[in-house]
Design a protein around this ligand. Structure first.
Ligand SMILES: C[S@@+](CC[C@H](N)C(=O)[O-])C[C@H]1O[C@@H](n2cnc3c(N)ncnc32)[C@H](O)[C@@H]1O
Length: 249
């Protein structure tokens, strides 16, 4: 297939190596581990936690409830563990659930919880909706670019049904500069047994530009740019009688 080197169009026809059910399990484990290093560097969850997520969790605490958060498509689970750690440091009682229907991801995440106490489940968002589950906050990291347009619509419908107050889907923003920076930064990985370089570069090519994602999401969702080549897709839905708490301060 001819590649669009300027990244003018989304790449939708190429599969990530880690999605191959027969891929090298050692390389897959190394990839989950490396994403645990790369995500904190590039995904900017800290400002999202402080400005959008923490106020919602604190509001739950004020109501005398244990706050709940769901990470959809958790992969190796590092984002869920990070959010749990920050809430604990802030003295917030939080239950974190992290789902991924990929059993390899689920097994790896569960084996690498390191005492974070996350409830990992090998389930999809749709299964949780069918089970009638609800969470104060629903998040995802690097999931939207992964999906077909039908799957994207389903995931947004699911997450809106699952979230009491706030959904934040944090993903890459397609950019030639981001692709070049990642290409250079991951040169040391060229001869290593991991998919982090190939799949990361492909993920950037698969990701959306702000106008494309804005057109793809239903009414009510807001697409905003975030530093380090990110896009946030946010739905803030105050329950009746509650003021929205999810606007960044
Ligand atoms: C690219 S991985 C991202 C992993 C992780 N969040 C990270 O940032 O490293 C996307 C994951 O989303 C999962 N996924 C896709 N659709 C999903 C859904 N509807 N519910 C739960 N997980 C889903 C896939 O199984 C895959 O493991």
């Amino acid at each position: 297939m001819k590649k669009d080197l300027l990244l003018r169009r989304r790449s939708t026809g190429e599969a990530e190596l880690m999605d191959d059910p027969d891929c090298d399990p050692v390389a897959l484990g190394a990839t989950y581990r490396l994403f645990g290093v790369i995500n904190p560097l590039v995904a900017s969850w800290r400002p999202i936690y402080r400005s959008r997520i923490r106020p919602v969790l604190r509001a739950a605490a004020l109501e005398g409830r244990v706050a709940t958060l769901l990470d959809v498509g958790c992969g190796g689970g590092d984002v869920a563990r990070c959010l749990a750690r920050w809430a604990k440091r802030d003295g917030i009682d939080l239950t974190v659930t992290a789902i991924d229907p990929d059993r390899r991801a689920h097994a790896w995440a569960e084996a690498h919880d390191h005492g974070a106490g996350i409830d990992y489940r090998a389930q999809s968002s749709t299964e949780l909706v069918v089970a009638g589950e609800r969470f104060d906050v629903v998040v995802s990291n690097h999931v939207l670019h992964h999906l077909s347009s039908t799957e994207l619509a389903e995931l947004l419908t699911d997450s809106a049904a699952l979230a009491r107050s706030l959904c934040v889907h944090n993903d890459l923003r397609r950019s030639r500069v981001a692709w070049l920076l990642y290409w250079v930064a991951t040169l040391p990985l060229v001869r290593t047994r991991t998919f982090a370089r190939f799949d990361g570069l492909l993920s950037i090519r698969r990701s959306y530009r702000p106008d494309e994602l804005t057109r793809a999401v239903p009414a009510g969702w807001c697409v905003t740019r975030q530093r380090f080549f990110r896009l946030l897709t946010v739905l803030s839905q105050p329950e009746p009688g509650r003021t929205s708490l999810s606007q960044p301060s």
